[in-house]
Design a protein around this ligand. Structure first.
Ligand SMILES: [Zn+2]
Length: 66
């Protein structure tokens, strides 16, 4: 499970689509014009959010199997 994120390219302002998983991994993403932007997970908020969603997903799986 992951959340979609939208950010604006620093160089051209086009929308860049990424996910919390990309943020947690601090991946490099590209805007539609090909400008690379490195996702910086400041204060590790993205990692924590992704970990919380992974926990939730596991909890939902267990719930569904009952
Ligand atoms: Zn751009």
């Amino acid at each position: 499970m992951e959340l979609d994120l939208e950010l604006d390219c620093d160089r051209c302002g086009r929308r860049i689509e990424a996910t919390t998983r990309d943020l947690a991994a601090q991946r490099i993403v590209r805007c539609p014009n090909g400008h690379a932007t490195e996702l910086v997970d400041e204060a590790r908020g993205g990692r924590d959010m992704q970990a919380a969603m992974d926990d939730l997903e596991r909890a939902l799986d267990r719930f569904g199997k009952r």
